[in-house]
Design a protein around this ligand. Structure first.
Ligand code: 5GP
Length: 113
C-alpha cells in the first residue's frame, strides 16, 4: 500500500504528540480532536483498512484492542470511552492506514452519527 502520513509519523519524519508506543503500535493525539481525549492508535505495520487485514494480522489486531484498554486505564478514562474504526471512504476513513480512534471526556450518543 502507498505510504500515508501515519507512516511518516511512525518513522518520526513528521512530528506528532505521541502518548503511547510499543513494539507494534503507537498512539498519538488527533490533530483535529472530536472529544477532550481523542487519540489515534496506529499499528506500525501498514494495513490499509480493517477489511483488508489478513488472518496473520489476528494477533496484531488483538494487541491493538488490548493497548486501547491499557491506554484508557493510564489516562483514567476507562470508565467511559469509545473506540471507532472507520472503514472505507463512505465509512468515514480519510487515512488509509488502519487506526483506532479512542475518544473520551464527553458523553457519547447512540446510534453514532
Ligand atoms: P479517519 O477519518 O481516517 O478514520 O481518521 C483520520 C484521522 O487522522 C482524523 O481524525 C484526522 O484528524 C487525523 N489526522 C490526519 N492527519 C493527521 C496528522 O498529520 N496528525 C495527526 N495527529 N492526526 C492527523
Amino acid at each position: 500500500m502507498a505510504d500515508t502520513i501515519f507512516t511518516k509519523i511512525i518513522n518520526k519524519q513528521v512530528p506528532a504528540d505521541i502518548v503511547y508506543e510499543d513494539e507494534f503500535c503507537l498512539a498519538i493525539k488527533d490533530i483535529n480532536p472530536q472529544a477532550p481525549v481523542h487519540l489515534l492508535l496506529i499499528p506500525k505495520k501498514p494495513i490499509a483498512m480493517l477489511s483488508t487485514a489478513k488472518p496473520e494480522d489476528q494477533a496484531l489486531l488483538g494487541h491493538l484492542l488490548l493497548a486501547a484498554g491499557k491506554i484508557a486505564r493510564e489516562l483514567k478514562v476507562d470508565g467511559a470511552f469509545r473506540v471507532v474504526i472507520n472503514n472505507g471512504k463512505d465509512g468515514g476513513q480519510a487515512v488509509f492506514h488502519v487506526h483506532i480512534h479512542i475518544l473520551a471526556g464527553r458523553p457519547f450518543r447512540w446510534p453514532p452519527g
